[in-house]
Design a binder for this molecule. Sequence first.
Ligand SMILES: C[S@@+](CC[C@H](N)C(=O)[O-])C[C@H]1O[C@@H](n2cnc3c(N)ncnc32)[C@H](O)[C@@H]1O
Length: 339
Amino acid sequence: METGAETGMETGAETGAETGAEAGAGVLHSLRVSFFAMARLSSLPWTGLRERLDDDRSPTLVADVLRQTCLHPLCRKHPPAVAYRRLFLTKLIKMLEDTQSESLDEAYDALGEVLGAPGGAECYKTYFLPGGERATLLESVSLISEGTTGLVTWEAALYLAEWALDHRQVFTGRTVLELGSGVGLAGIAVCRCCRPSRFRFSDHHPAVLKKLRQNVQINRLAEETAGGVSVEELDWTAVSEERLREIGADVVIAADVVYDPDVVAALVPLLSMILRRYSTEGPAPQVLISSTVRNPDTYNSFKQQLETEGIRHEVVTGAVSHVFPYNRVDAIELIQLYI
Ligand SMILES: C[S@@+](CC[C@H](N)C(=O)[O-])C[C@H]1O[C@@H](n2cnc3c(N)ncnc32)[C@H](O)[C@@H]1O
């Protein structure tokens, strides 16, 4: 299992055993990982980069930085948002000027190119997975667009994916149903790394379903998952027992689906149906819900409604490997449900 330090999210300087070249490679790797995930600009390893630039003003280092980010072939194929690239290059150029680095031309050219590029409502985010795999997502540049929160990747999905990467056996050889998949990061990570026998993405919003299908294609999941991958319209307010029987999930996952009292009111009866049907017809599926606790009242009300339905929950504790760069300040909780 690749750890956060190995992915370059932390420089590992605390071990004290790093050579200058290793530290330099770590900074470049970390820049690439953060840049393609469009991590908050302030979270990029600017301090480490500044140290490298203070030591090495040669054009080679500047070229390496650009080749790991704006001039990386991935940036041509699946570019992060134009506004993000502009801000990144502006900050980088300022640092290069401050450190009197040689050969700024390439950086100015890259900025010129991005200044002339149209903005657009969509962008790509790429997350690097352990073992050299990656997940690329076409997303909206706005957190809420077309009346839905489902067109961007939320932190709870990144956390759920990290947990899955640490617990692959939960998914291997099993049929997995994801509720409220959004653009699909958690499911894509599971399909890529955990070898489920079948994976069923689902959502109810037409624009989300369209983007989800595009993301399944971009990541070539259908060809890679033995038993098949599907993207299905599944509205929590209108799911029948028959449909659940046909889906036959062994594992049910969902990320960031507890964000609004109305949404909770639709979700809890479905979770109850999922758990109850199986309790009479076979082993209950493993149900895992990952949530960012933004509003404790809404979250506690979700838990109370589960209890009222006779559903117990256990908080899944234990640290997860830090694989993706995202804001870990907000409380994220993963719970498993039982009946
Ligand atoms: C905050 S987004 C989370 C998306 C994704 N799981 C993530 O964490 O990145 C909530 C998702 O739940 C979906 N959703 C909300 N109500 C739903 C319902 N009644 N039936 C199916 N999906 C629903 C939305 O369309 C949206 O994609």
